[in-house]
Design a protein. Sequence first.
Length: 492
Amino acid sequence: MSTSFHLLADAPAQLLPARELMAFTLASHIILVPLGVAFPFITLVMHYRGLRRKDATALLLARRWSAVMAVQFALGIVTGTVLSFEFGLLWPGLMGRWGDVFGIGFGVEAWAFFLEAVLIAIYLYGWRRLKPRTHFLLGLPLPAAALLGAFGILAANSWMNTPQGFSLDPEGNPVDVDIRKAIFTPMFGPQYWHFVVAMILTAGFMVAGVYATGWLRGRRDHYHRLGFAVPFTIAAVAAPVQFVLGDSIARSVFHKQPVKFAALEIVWNTDTRVPEYLFGRLHSDGTVSGGIKIPLLDSVLAGFSPDTKVVGLTSVPADQRPTATQATIAHWAFDLMVVIGSGLVLLALWYGLVWLRHRRLPASRWFYRAAACSGVASVVAVECGWIATEVGRQPWIVYQNMRVAEAVTSTRSTTLWIMLGVVMVVYVFLFGSFLVILLKMRTRWRRADEQQAAGGTAQVPEADTPYGPRAPVPAGDAPADGGGGRAEDGRS
């Protein structure tokens, strides 16, 4: 009987459904995170361009994006709140023992969340009611609030990867907590900047992908060119930076979490001149099947020399390391993230070379096909990054201090499976509603643009001036029932 089977049999019955529930809600929430963290920044860049160049199209895009930002934030409230409850309900052992040490990160995230909610409301309100400069300046704190929220979450997660800032009493409980050390752990810097740039890159490709699809469908006006160029340029600048940061965080894992690094690279025995496997499957006897084997490369990547010693999974007992299956999952997630990231860098270089040589956007349909897929690909890369981070740390929920099995709830496993089913149904409804709302917004905006292009007289918010009082409604457009409200009320 394999070691993996023994470890699974010894685990509490609640462990699997609790992990599946947490994984599903986290994977769902993280789809929204790039828009929550980086979309305000991209919107403000477009807003600044509109003010600086007196470009009404840029202001129109910024205003529409701010509406999408608000809808996304509303959905993020729900999914983020569910995650907050799950920490306490599914992992009482973690929060009960360690909450006083790393809980400050969640407190920072909560304050940032409320601040961001207020700032989004002010930004939306200001389009019609504030002076242009005042409105833009009031929007500037939005990216900072988003980064503050990311700061809190990454502080908590990096502490779980490299816990410090406390001592243990004879009963094993943390005492003498040093908040500064608990926040600024060895993994915090690499994780935080890797995460932030990933969010900027992902949000840029997600937004640009929408307009790349429009380009492929023949919409090549200034509106679609600008809607593509600004977010894609931001993502293209971030892509090579992220490649460097990704190498940096991998090296940090090599030094600070050597067993996790062994899982990510499916290294079984500690050795030098270790080969690199692209994909492949690790078996419980240490053999690797499938994949592409590149001699010496793992040692070279880890320490710039084939003589670099790489710690293997067998350096610790079986109950203190990921199983062969978990290591394979983490390895595949890590490799897929690297492959996607490399492809996005090549796409960014293509874009940059065309711009430097011809001072124009690429004309190739293959480029726009790739750009249209880049948003989905970057979300997949983000998901893979979290899988690699969390699965590679197993069996620890607090690295080398508490196992996941020790933190799990005592609630019956049947109840947890039912909860998972209910949450999945609710989330399908929520994300389906989100998609429907976005499609309705797109349809309304497109009709407004078509009406304006056709020279119609009806004034809609998207065709009117972005600042100051709205234009008066022509007499012929007054509501037939004579009731209060303006002709555009049904479309604003």
